[in-house]
Design a protein around this ligand. Structure first.
Ligand code: SF4
Ligand code: SF4
Length: 214
């Protein structure tokens, strides 16, 4: 994923960001004390997924499957981050607002490696090469963001979490990590602002749902 992106290098927040946060707070009736999370803003262009990119992905997948089948199945190498359901919901909303900046370097490999395939076989013993190939091929859509990961579509990642690499399943960008570290339980209202280093592209409010009384 795109840690250390150009966005992060230019993270001295432009003056326009505080104004955009204030405007979003006013628009949604939020108080000055409601926190804001400034995120990257992915701005790719959707296009048909070219046959050459499909072939390149198929080659990569065939290679990692071969490598994986040369060794026993194995559990995930990286545990999923331990976050509360509320924090996971906030992270989902943040990634939706950003639209997947960190997927932009997924190219034709989608960060899939032999460890991903070993983990798949560990979870589902007896899963053969042809079935694995078929699952990934079926997940490719007719279009994806130009130059981004082949699975990066308008609704986010097209792969089920079970098929994603450990990296994809565990990655939080620095902006998100810092915010979650500072708020173990997400605030009731958070302004999410997607900024591309030049201008604010999207601003939404995430409202934490109140847990039902027992
Ligand atoms: S982790 Fe989420 S918010 Fe951060 S860059 Fe990736 S998609 Fe965007
Ligand atoms: S597989 Fe999904 S989560 Fe991973 S880089 Fe591609 S679109 Fe992003």
């Amino acid at each position: 994923m795109a840690a250390g992106s150009g966005y992060e290098r230019s993270m001295s927040l432009p003056d326009a960001i505080p104004a955009a946060i204030a405007a979003a707070r006013r628009r949604h009736g939020l108080a000055e004390t409601d926190p804001a999370l400034v995120l990257p803003a992915y701005q790719g262009r959707l296009a048909r997924l070219p046959a050459a990119r499909r072939r390149a992905f198929a080659r990569h997948l065939a290679a990692v499957i071969s490598e994986a089948f040369a060794a026993p199945a194995a559990p995930p190498l990286r545990p999923e981050p331990s976050v509360t359901p509320g924090a996971a919901a906030l992270a989902g909303a943040a990634c939706g607002c950003c639209r997947g900046h960190c997927c932009s370097r997924g190219g034709e490999h989608a960060y899939l490696d032999a460890d991903t395939i070993r983990r798949l076989r560990w979870v589902e013993s007896g899963l053969g090469r042809a079935a694995i190939l078929a699952r990934y091929r079926a997940a490719l859509g007719p279009e994806s963001y130009e130059g981004s990961c082949v699975f990066h579509g308008p609704a986010g990642c097209r792969l089920d979490r079970a098929l994603r690499s450990d990296l994809c399943n565990t990655f939080y960008c620095n902006e998100l990590k810092r915010f979650l570290r500072a708020h173990a339980e997400p605030p009731s209202r958070t302004v999410l602002l997607a900024h591309d280093g030049t201008q604010t592209r999207r601003a939404v409010v995430h409202r934490a749902s109140v847990a039902p009384r027992p």
